[in-house]
Write a protein that binds this ligand. Sequence first.
Ligand SMILES: [Zn+2]
Length: 103
Amino acid sequence: MEKVSKYTRASTNGKLISCPKCKNQERVYHFNWCGLQCGKCKEMIDKPQWNIVSVNKSSKINMNVNLTKEEIRLISKSLLNQKFGKREMIVAMDIFEKIEIEK
Ligand SMILES: [Zn+2]
């Protein structure tokens, strides 16, 4: 797994890094720090020890999906019933809105 280095930069969406001790994932929006306390195991981890969580490209949503409005409504509805965090929900709804607009 790739480690954080002095060349690691966060994008506007931040970057996911994982704790080498407990594998807890943290999202960071900048790397102007020398060490970071893990939110889970409370361990103070030096910057080069953090692992970069690589985003699996195939897990990205294909925006060229061909869904009917009814299908989008059903997916949105089932998403609402899941225990998504508020942020994930907003992102998901945003994507569905975009699909609907593009139609
Ligand atoms: Zn940890």
